[in-house]
Ligand binder design. Structure first.
Ligand code: HXC
Length: 514
């Protein structure tokens, strides 16, 4: 056969594979507003950068007439490419081929690209659209999932792992995403659940739609399984591309420096926090007043809104922000916000991203619900994550820093490298009202004018403790600063911390309270 003929034969074989599960299945996919697996990869990666591996992989299943079934690509496309020039490894499950179900060869393709990503120390992006373990392949499918989960765990903290949920993800299909760093979902398209509506109906007799059980909004607002919510696949891919610009390719590198620029003057840092300490404000405006170009990339925007996490840049370098949000429940720490913050702090620490903490909280949320939901265990995660983190840690106390909240939010005592406080800071064991009611109870009760006495004692307590100067006099706060000095001092502190080096005691690993 002449070489040209062989080339033509290759082209035809490729074309055949590119057709995936066939026209009808593709039509069904499109009718749901979904792209095909191949289209998704092309939309995500830089033009002409995708190199595919194992296009001709075939399954070897024999039971249930599987020997008569050809499954192009075995339902998953793998390869590597670039995003804005950054190398990435990718897999995309093809729902048009046996519902993207995971058989042995399908799993081997995924583990091959996972091994490749780990060896080459590059980010891994998995596009998930799957009915779960391929039922006809029995224990081989379960083995495949186990191999994937193991690699997710081993790669954790070494390379960034990103999961994109673009269809139903049932059974085993959800646990790999849950082990990765960031999960992206799209409204009306993404579904994640362990047991689907049919099983729930059979076992529990309850009717529920896939959307209400595990749709994009459920996982973004209620469960906290998803980190980024989009209304279309296109918006979702834009979010992934943006994330890639903020993070390093692996844990031995820093994120690539970016163009530097001043914040937008529209965010006037002197005017954000109200004079009246009982009034709320949006802490994201403070972040935008500090970061380059006022560009703040928020993570888990819809979940546990009482804490804000995300990336911004200062002097062109990526910074992780953790900030109490006075707009939501006065910015308290509770079970969910503790989980959200602690995990992000550990992410930043694993990937050499300095952490800036903005503090304004009345403490941990009191109540039976919180206590019974394990606020002790979850709250301890924040203490653990900050204490363990060795990246530069910079803290700015904006207003309230009471009780456990003061300690937990990146305090000096958990080894913050720099702690600044604004003149509006109030640092004490608890709020003046609660404190006065407890320590001056006898005086208040025995007074002829209990209300007047209470007010007098509250004012005394405020004058003594509700300010930053007591903490500053002990060196717990390094400097009391004007809000307008914040960016300059943080930039200076980051520059000073560039080569921070500390030794932790030798151990196999610690036991964080999870
Ligand atoms: C084999 C599967 C499959 C599966 C779907 N298909 N899921 N084949 N194994 N798990 C096939 C269908 O037979 C069908 O093939 C094609 O994919 C499209 O599926 P439909 O059902 O027509 O699509 P749709 O109506 O959109 O429903 C999608 C779905 C549903 C909700 C995902 O297919 C479904 O419920 N599948 C099973 C989900 C599940 O229970 N998975 C858990 C597996 S156990 P044809 O040839 O007709 O086109 C598991 C345990 C692992 O994962 C635990 C590890 C920790």
């Amino acid at each position: 056969m002449a070489i040209n003929k062989k080339i033509k034969e290759l082209q035809e074989k490729r074309e055949q594979m590119f057709r995936g599960g066939g026209e009808k299945a593709i039509e069904k996919q499109k009718a749901l507003g979904k792209r095909t697996a191949r289209e998704r990869i092309m939309a995500l990666l830089d033009e002409n950068s995708f190199n595919e591996y194992d296009l001709f992989a075939e399954h070897e299943a024999r039971d249930f007439d599987m020997d008569k079934k050809s499954l192009p690509t075995d339902g998953v496309i793998i390869g590597s490419g670039t995003i804005y020039g950054a190398p990435v490894a990718v897999f995309a499950q093809d729902f048009t081929v046996a519902g993207g179900s995971l058989g042995l060869m399908h799993s081997r393709k995924i583990t091959k690209i996972m091994d490749h990503a780990l060896k080459m120390r590059m980010p891994l992006i998995g596009i998930n659209d799957s009915g779960g373990a391929r039922i006809q392949e029995g224990v081989n499918s379960l083995a495949g999932y186990g191999e994937i989960f193991f690699r997710n765990t081993i790669s954790s903290g070494v390379i960034p792992q990103i999961s994109v949920i673009l269809g139903p993800c049932a059974g085993g299909a959800v646990y790999s995403p849950a082990l990765t760093d960031f999960v992206f979902v799209v409204d009306n398209i993404s579904k994640m659940f362990i047991t689907g509506p049919e099983v729930i109906k059979t076992v529990l007799g309850e009717e529920i739609s896939m959307e209400d059980l595990g749709g994009a909004q459920v996982h973004s607002e209620i469960t906290g399984n998803a980190h980024f919510f989009a209304t279309s696949e296109e918006e979702c891919f834009d979010q992934i591309k943006k994330l890639i610009t903020f993070i390093p390719w692996n844990n031995s590198l820093k994120a690539k420096p970016f163009e530097q620029g001043e914040p937008n003057p529209e965010f006037n840092i002197n005017k954000i926090v109200p004079e009246d300490p009982t009034l709320p404000y949006d802490v994201k405006d403070v972040i935008r007043a500090i970061v380059d170009f006022s560009d703040f990339f928020e993570i888990m925007e819809l979940y546990a809104k009482n804490i804000v996490i995300g990336f911004g840049r200062m002097g062109g370098r990526t910074i992780g922000f953790v900030a109490n949000q006075p707009l939501e429940m006065a910015g308290v720490l509770d079970v969910d916000s503790s989980d959200k913050a602690a995990r992000f702090i550990r992410y930043c620490d694993a990937f050499n991203i300095p952490i800036i903490t903005l503090v304004d909280l009345p403490g941990y949320l009191p109540g039976v619900d919180q206590e019974h939901a394990g606020v002790i265990r979850h709250g301890a995660k924040v203490l653990y994550a900050y204490s363990e983190a060795t990246v530069p840690k910079l803290t700015v106390i904006i207003r309230k820093a009471y009780g456990g909240g003061y300690i937990a939010m990146g305090s000096r005592h958990l080894r913050a490298d720099f702690v600044f406080a604004w003149p509006s800071a109030e640092i004490a064991v608890m709020g003046p009202e609660g404190a006065a009611n407890i320590i001056f109870r006898k005086e208040i009760m025995s007074s002829d004018d209990p209300d007047g006495m209470r007010k007098q004692k509250i004012d005394e307590y405020k004058a003594k403790f509700a300010n930053p100067y007591v903490a500053a006099s002990r060196g717990y706060v390094d400097a009391v600063i004007e809000p307008s000095e914040t960016r300059r001092l943080l930039l200076h502190s980051l520059a000073v911390s560039e080569n921070k080096s500390i030794q932790m005691p030798d151990k196999k690993h610690g036991l964080p309270p999870f």
